[in-house]
Design a protein around this ligand. Structure first.
Ligand code: GLN
Length: 531
């Protein structure tokens, strides 16, 4: 079978849930034994979201090969239980960078380089790249932004050309909104009609419409949308607000989305998707027998998308143990030695989040002092681990001014130092220690108990590291490096064995957790909180 390409665009407004619908369709096709991957095309000019403030764009997700990507890739990985890569997230900036580099190399042989065909060809090539070598039966490409935006025009044109060249192997799905006007007591189809017209003006006829709605769409509405938008009525799919994003695959299956897709693309597969594991997860999620509260301490708590993968990893780990994990969001900037006890009252465990820069760091350190002294289960991630090291240095080892050189370059005790190969970098984008690295875990540690393995591989995103000059001093006093990278000797995990469960990691376990393979470290943490 030729690789099939499915394009998912959005209209009317952003935040309709294109990522979740794409991931849900991918899940349904994967559950029919098809090899599926999903790609996100983002129409902004940043080369990648790595340099974006989380307030702008939510979490930056990191792949095994070290790409800093859109948070939708996290959804793709959690739904599909597959790894994505640099090829799964392309921005306008990256497309232009590649075209401009080729122009400088003389690749275009003196031609005038233009949006059409050079930019559009580059987009098409990056879509087809995933279909090469027949690695996947289906490539789903989600196009960020909203149809009608100036910046998404070249992407829509690339879709038009691919469909025109290969109508049998390409399919267009358009997500729209069907709002309910309370005053009129009616669902309104006009925004959908307008959005489809916009897409048609660009030469793309959608094959399937997924209509986001707060109320059920009856047959009349569906027929009306079908008639005015030129699609068959079984191709008008309702996407009703769901309690949990993980129920969306089943809602899409009830609506027949996967069935219409395989019919239209003429794909032969088994008759029904096998969703046994998925349904088991949903069942556990809906019927928890226990409940815990975990405090999530960070400085971007106003925008919870900034911690998307952490939230989902905790939720998934909880579900695997029939436990509902409630989160208590704590703004690190507002935590002080005086109020920390009050703030952490009643929580079963504390997670100190990753981050950059000075804001809120003293609150994180105060939090860690409190959990260490009061034997509260603790998981520190990346900056969360660095803060744990600073706290132990200041309050246990009496290195009063211990700090990370990220914040205090002049500290007399740089217990967190800049990595050697980071010292002379001038570019900020894409230059951190990124992607997968091996870690050797000591037996007799929380980490070993969680992973049941001494060799693990996890993803990184940082510039600073534990300063090994202090390691003996730390270990003699009870903070142990239980995980190290054997080739560089970098400390990747620290633990306090005398504490109930105190584990802090330099890597990001949240990037490697999926619905069907919950992450061992999050399970270990949740279990410690349950104890
Ligand atoms: N700012 C820290 C560093 O760069 C931690 C980064 C993070 O938490 N992802 O090392």
């Amino acid at each position: 079978m030729n690789t099939k390409y499915i394009f998912v665009t959005g209209g009317v407004t952003s935040s309709l849930g294109k990522g979740i619908v794409s991931a849900s369709l991918a899940k349904l096709l994967q559950a029919r034994d098809l090899k599926v991957t999903i790609q996100k095309l983002d129409p902004y000019i940043n080369i990648d979201p790595g340099t974006l403030n989380p307030y702008e764009h939510g979490e930056c997700f990191v792949t095994n090969d070290g790409a800093e990507t859109d948070l939708d890739l996290g959804h793709y990985e959690r739904f599909l239980d597959i790894a994505t890569s640099q090829a799964n997230n392309i921005t306008t900036g990256r497309i232009y960078q590649s075209v401009i580099n080729k122009e400088r190399q003389g690749v275009y042989l003196g031609k005038t380089v233009q949006v059409i065909p050079h930019i559009t060809n580059e987009i098409i090539d990056s879509v087809k790249l995933l279909g090469e070598n027949n690695e996947y039966d289906v490539v789903i490409t989600e196009i960020g932004g909203t149809i009608g935006d100036i910046e998404s025009l070249p992407f829509a044109e690339a879709v038009r050309q691919m469909k025109w060249e290969n109508p049998k192997d390409c399919l267009s799905i358009h997500l729209t909104l069907v709002p309910y006007l309370a005053a009129a007591g009616e669902l309104k189809t006009k925004p959908t009609q307008h959005s489809v017209k916009k897409l048609q003006e660009l030469g793309v006829q959608p094959d399937i419409l997924v209509c986001r709605t707060e109320h059920e769409l009856d047959q009349d509405i569906r027929s009306k949308i079908a008639r005015f938008c030129n699609v068959s009525s079984d191709s008008v799919i309702q996407s009703i607000d769901a309690k949990s994003i993980y129920t969306v695959p089943l809602l899409m299956q009830e609506e027949g989305l996967d069935k219409v897709v395989i019919e239209k693309l003429n794909i032969e597969t088994k008759e029904f998707p096998d969703l046994i594991k998925w349904k088991k997860f949903l069942d556990n999620q809906a019927n928890p027998t226990k409940e815990i509260t975990i405090a999530l301490v960070g400085k971007y708590v106003e925008l919870q998308d900034s911690y998307k993968s952490i939230i989902e990893s905790l939720n998934i780990a909880g579900v695997s143990n029939s436990c509902k994990v409630k989160l208590k969001w704590l703004h690190s900037e507002k935590i002080t030695a005086k109020n920390v006890a009050k703030k952490l009252e009643g929580v079963n465990g504390v997670l100190v989040a990753p981050g950059f820069g000075e804001r809120g760091i003293e609150g994180k350190i105060e939090t860690i002092r409190y959990v260490r002294e009061n034997n509260i289960p603790f998981l520190g991630i990346c900056l969360g681990m660095q803060c744990a090291v600073i706290e132990f240095g200041r309050n246990v080892l009496d290195l009063k001014k211990a700090h990370t050189v990220e914040i205090d370059a002049e500290t007399p005790h740089p217990v967190i130092d800049i990595m050697e190969d980071q010292k002379n970098l001038s570019n900020m984008g894409g230059t951190m220690r990124l992607g997968e690295y091996d870690c050797e875990v000591k037996k007799d540690s929380n980490t070993y108990k969680a992973y049941k393995d001494t060799s693990i591989t996890e993803r990184h995103r940082h510039r600073y590291e534990f300063n090994n000059k202090y390691l003996t001093f730390y270990e003699e006093n009870g903070m142990i490096a239980t995980g190290k990278n054997t080739s560089t000797d970098l400390v990747e995990i620290v633990e306090i064995p005398s504490h109930k469960w105190f584990t802090a990691v330099q890597f990001h376990p949240e990037y490697k957790s999926s619905v069907e393979t919950p992450h061992p470290l999050f399970i270990g943490f949740v279990n410690a909180c349950l104890d």
